[in-house]
Every structure is written in structure tokens, then in C-alpha cells.
Design a protein. Structure first.
Length: 195
């Protein structure tokens, strides 16, 4: 599929149950797509909804309304309405998520976090850990100039392979090097929509 990710008219708010059910709007009317071989960078100030948007696309956060369409195994899946088993299958076979935090799961080593997708696809645990260790060693877990270039090369390789990428890059040099375009998430601010 030339456009493996389409986000259409997505709205999201959080309900503060311990604050008398106050609803806090996060994003309103989010619509964009990511083409094969493209790296779309989510931009905008802190707190505008970039991370929340990624979590909605990955299925960690529910949406209030709208569609998140992903090409999966030759068909289109709406992650906004998909059942949990389908979301897990999309994660195993089609979509990855790289966190900015090394310990994304409490008390689980970064090595096992990186190895888990391979293990889930049937690679032996020993081989998955070995491949993960090589990848982590290649990255050196810091973004000095040398390692920044390694990360940029890895992203460019994925783009050449036709992978659609969506991310938040705090490092300006990396953002400028890999971004096909920047999507300003502040345009989806509910405060802007209400004005």
C-alpha cells in the first residue's frame, strides 16, 4: 500500500475521574497520512499532544472518535475500533514502537525490550537477545555525533525499504536529516478549534 497509515478526524480527551469527571481535550480533528518511504516528524511545543497521538496510533490510548487506518496483511484495519487481539497482531506483524525511555517496562532490561518483537515472531530467545545486543551495541545508547549518524543511517535504510515512519525527534539535527516533512500538531489543538 502506498499509504500504509491514514489518520482521519481523530478526537481525544482525557476524563479526570478523581476531579468530578472533568474532560480535558487533547487533540481535535487530527487528519494526516504517512506514505511508504516517508518519515513524518510530529512537531510542536511540549504538551501539545505529540506523544498522545503516537500512543493512539499504537493502540495504547483509545480515541473519542475518528479513524486510524493501517495496512495490515493485505487489508485495512481501523485501530480506533479494532479488538485487542487485532491490535496485538498489528503490533507483532506490522507496526513497531520505539520509546525514548530505555526501560519502557518496569524491571525489564532494555535488551529484552528490544528482543521481544523478534521473539514474538518466532525467533529463539537466545537469537533474539543476540540480535538485540548487536543493535544496542551498534547504537552505543548515546547520540553523540558518531552515533547520531548511525541512527540517521538506520532510519534512511528503513525509508529506502518503503517503511512508513512517524516519530518525535528532540534532536534537531536528526529531525532535519530524516524528516520528509514536519506535521505541526499544534494545528490540532482543541484550544485552537474552540477559538
Amino acid at each position: 500500500m502506498a499509504t500504509p497509515l491514514v489518520v482521519s478526524e481523530v478526537f481525544k480527551s482525557f476524563t479526570m475521574h478523581l476531579r468530578d469527571g472533568i474532560r480535558l481535550p487533547v487533540v481535535a480533528d487530527v487528519s494526516f497520512s504517512v506514505a511508504s518511504g516517508e518519515c513524518v516528524v510530529l512537531g510542536g511545543p511540549s504538551g501539545i499532544g505529540k506523544s498522545s497521538l503516537l500512543k493512539m496510533i499504537y493502540g495504547n490510548y483509545a480515541v473519542d472518535s475518528g479513524q486510524i487506518l493501517v495496512s495490515h496483511k493485505g487489508r485495512i484495519v481501523d485501530l480506533a475500533t479494532a479488538d485487542p487481539r487485532t491490535v496485538l497482531d498489528v503490533r507483532r506483524q506490522t507496526m513497531g514502537y520505539v520509546s525514548q525511555f530505555l526501560r519502557t517496562v518496569p524491571r525489564v532490561a532494555a535488551l529484552d525490550v528490544v528482543a521481544e518483537p523478534l521473539f514474538a515472531r518466532g525467533v529463539s530467545l537466545a537469537d533474539a537477545r543476540d540480535r538485540a545486543a548487536k543493535l544496542l551495541a551498534q547504537l552505543n545508547l548515546s547520540l553523540d555525533a558518531r552515533n547520531r549518524a548511525v541512527v540517521v543511517d538506520m532510519i534512511e535504510e528503513k525509508k529506502r525499504a518503503g517503511v512508513a515512519l512517524l516519530g518525535i525527534f528532540h534532536d534537531e539535527e536528526v529531525r532535519e536529516a530524516v524528516g520528509s516533512r514536519i506535521l505541526d500538531v499544534s494545528q490540532f489543538s482543541p484550544r485552537k478549534a474552540a477559538a
